[in-house]
Design a protein around this ligand. Structure first.
Ligand code: COA
Length: 334
């Protein structure tokens, strides 16, 4: 059976920065609280008027260059599409000069890139596609209440992309089985209450009883507990599916939600500091962009090397989660 093999990678962070000091200047918070509770120091954010597609086009262009060009399908994992209609992927595809090839958006919150990897692997295995540009991009700061200190400190904007081609399971860059899960009984833990069909059917969006309902809400403490449990379980299942043991894992690439969550997952799995990839201090939680951004930045700075066996895991709204394995190939990151 054909496997999905990484042929290129790219990343883009918008240049505008928001530091902990910037947040402290206008909110009741402190650098000490943010660093010790989240591990974050600075985030990149889109300029006013900017959108997810702007980040995705740049990361996609870099991944295509890294792979030597060419794709016959584009998949965008995002929580913050430019518009509710149309989907954002066709616009990205057009702006990348890829013509009229198929493209679609995929929504699984912070686990979106893993759901994307699983979808792409299946489309490549069945021969539906040969070279797929998979982009994880989010302008998540556009969805967060600027006055809510409990959430605004956590998020940044970014895009990361991989070009996946058809290949063999034993090649460097080959993706292993992707393990996925979801639990809609806990949908209320992470939510934007207004803006979808549920609130639109109740009346005009301009007449929302509480405009704050259009912003992101999260029960942080409960989410924390489920995140650790689900990422640890999925990681063990993905490692077993690959025929590896946890000792075989060279690098843990986990969704950068919170440094304390990452430590708890790593401790649970026995993957201590020298085996963890992290960019949370510089980018914060970038939702669907988190995993590809971390892979690309780590490969660029040399903490992720060709031949490293990588365990990926992510968790987010839905609830939805997953894990996967891959061997990092010898690619020049764009
Ligand atoms: N600065 C200072 N104090 C803050 C604050 C901030 N930026 N944000 C919240 N607080 C306060 C709270 O108001 C609360 O005060 P109180 O005890 O007087 O009510 C106190 O800090 C503790 O709040 P709590 O939410 O219990 O903190 P926490 O230790 O759980 O950390 C998160 C909060 C959000 C950092 C943490 O819960 C988390 O990371 N959760 C998971 C996030 C995640 O995985 N998301 C993934 C899906 S996107």
């Amino acid at each position: 059976m054909r496997s999905a093999v990484i042929a290129g990678a790219g990343v883009h962070l918008p240049p505008k920065l928001v530091t902990n000091e910037d947040l402290c200047a206008r909110l009741d918070t402190s650098d000490e609280w943010i660093r010790s509770r989240t591990g974050m120091s600075v985030r990149h954010v889109v300029e006013p008027g900017g959108a997810t597609s702007d980040l995705a086009v740049e990361a996609g262009r870099r991944a295509l260059e890294s792979a030597g060009g060419g794709a016959d399908l584009v998949v965008l994992a995002t929580t913050t599409p430019d518009h509710q209609v149309p989907p954002t992927a066709p616009d990205i595809t057009h702006r990348l000069g890829l013509g009229t090839i198929p493209s679609f958006d995929l929504s699984a919150a912070c686990a979106g890139f893993l759901y994307g990897l699983s979808t792409v692997a299946a489309l490549i295995a069945t021969g539906t596609a040969d070279r797929v540009l998979l982009i994880g991009a989010d302008a998540f700061t556009t969805m967060v209440d600027p006055d809510d200190r409990g959430t605004v400190v956590l998020f940044g904007d970014a895009a990361g992309a991989l070009l996946l081609r058809a290949g063999e399971a034993d090649e460097p860059g080959a993706l292993g089985k992707v393990v996925l899960g979801s639990d809609g009984s806990l949908a209320g833990l992470i939510q934007v209450p207004a803006g979808g069909s549920r609130s639109r059917s109740a009346g005009p969006v301009t007449k929302l009883a509480d405009p704050a309902e259009a912003y992101f809400k999260m029960n942080g403490r409960e989410t924390f507990r489920h995140a650790v449990q689900r990422m640890s379980q999925a990681s063990r299942a993905a490692v077993a599916a690959a025929g590896w043991s946890l000792d075989d894992v060279d690098r843990l690439c986990a969704h950068q939600a919170n440094a304390r969550i990452l430590s708890a997952v790593a401790d649970e799995l026995g993957l201590f500091e020298d085996r963890q990839l992290s960019n949370i201090a510089e980018v914060g939680n970038t939702a669907a962009a988190s995993l590809p951004t971390l892979l690309a930045m780590s490969a660029a700075d040399g903490t992720l090397k060709p031949g490293h066996r990588v365990l990926l895991t992510a968790f987010g709204g839905g609830l939805s989660w997953g894990a996967a394995t891959l061997t990092w190939p010898d690619v020049e990151v764009g």
